[in-house]
Design a protein around this ligand. Structure first.
Ligand SMILES: NC(=O)c1ccc[n+]([C@@H]2O[C@H](COP(=O)([O-])OP(=O)(O)OC[C@H]3O[C@@H](n4cnc5c(N)ncnc54)[C@H](OP(=O)(O)O)[C@@H]3O)[C@@H](O)[C@H]2O)c1
Length: 281
């Protein structure tokens, strides 16, 4: 296959490119080659002649999205529509990477693929607009919701290790009432390889198995990183002031993927592999 990947230099984009490259021709559409905020993106993607398009690119700065919801809409909403329109012209299926933040976080059980969405912040709204555009424009689509990604350079476990190595004055404080599904980017990439062979178009939740709070994730990261001796105070979301409000409880259940035989290992195993092979302090 000839596979175009948006956001190819991002955390998940890099994992997708590395995983597909040995068997396929990968066309890496980094931000330097493709601007999602411009309708010119349609022609640029069509010009690649891709037979499959993977679309992990997004404006992922959730606080930035809260400060400028119009920009979030233009990149994540309209930009995704341009990608879908390009796929329509190419006759190519699309894998759109979406997020746990399309949900409100008011649940008490992990979200199923069919659960009602209800984003509570501008980032989640913009990603949901992207989902709707994909569904409207293109029957041959996979919408893959992921969550709490780690695998590249900028992610929560890396931040925790940096803080642990040089704790701020007053000590480390991590939110304990935000709960989710930590997810390793190479595991998502391997699952996407399996998914695109099925032709079972639809919506999927691709996350490592298991559920934890940010505080629990920080403790496990520090244990694996050799920082168990550094104290970490649990705080509440209300105490952690930021421009965006994350959904408090947004673990995802991978039910549709499991039905196709696509399953994920526990997040603790994936985290251990990530830290053993990638972490730089
Ligand atoms: N990270 C998470 O925890 C998380 C959780 C749930 C869902 N997701 C979703 O998973 C996907 C991948 O996330 P990630 O963590 O890999 O993100 P990332 O590392 O921030 O990568 C996103 C990529 O998109 C590019 N990009 C940003 N604005 C663009 C624009 N206007 N036009 C073209 N490209 C643009 C970025 O390029 P520049 O850096 O050069 O701007 C970057 O390479 C995203 O769709 C995100 O919504 C992520």
């Amino acid at each position: 296959m000839k596979i175009a990947i948006t956001g190819a230099n991002g955390q998940l984009g890099k994992a997708l490119a590395a995983t597909f490259a040995p068997e396929h021709e990968v066309i890496a559409l980094g931000h330097d080659r493709l601007e999602l905020a411009s309708p010119a993106a349609i022609g640029q993607i069509v010009a690649t002649g891709a037979t499959l398009v993977l679309h992990p690119a997004a404006y992922t700065n959730v606080d930035g999205c809260a400060r400028d919801p119009q920009l979030a809409y233009r990149i994540n909403g309209l930009g995704t529509r341009y990608v879908a329109l390009a796929c329509q012209q190419l006759g190519a299926p699309l894998v759109y990477i979406s997020t746990n933040e399309v949900f409100s976080g008011a649940a008490s059980q992990p979200y199923m693929e069919y659960d009602a969405t209800g984003p509570i912040n501008a980032y989640g709204v913009s990603k949901l607009v992207g989902e709707r555009a994909v569904r409207e424009v293109l029957p041959h689509h996979y919408i893959v919701r992921v969550a709490w990604l780690f695998g590249g350079e900028r992610n929560f476990p890396r931040t925790v290790l940096r803080l642990a190595a040089s704790p701020p004055q007053g000590g480390m404080r991590i939110v304990a009432d935000e709960v989710g599904s930590p997810t390793y980017t190479p595991d998502v990439a391997a699952a996407v390889v399996q998914l695109v062979q099925t032709n079972c178009y639809g919506t999927y939740h691709f996350v490592n198995s298991g559920v934890c709070s940010r505080h629990e994730l920080a403790l496990e990261t520090m244990r694996l990183g050799g920082f168990s001796h550094v104290p970490v105070a649990p705080i509440t979301l209300a105490e952690f002031r930021r421009d965006s409000s994350p959904p408090p409880y947004s673990p995802l259940a991978n039910v549709a993927g499991e039905a196709l035989g696509i399953s994920f290992r526990p997040w603790q195993e994936a985290l251990a592999e990530f830290l053993a092979t990638n972490a730089e302090r």
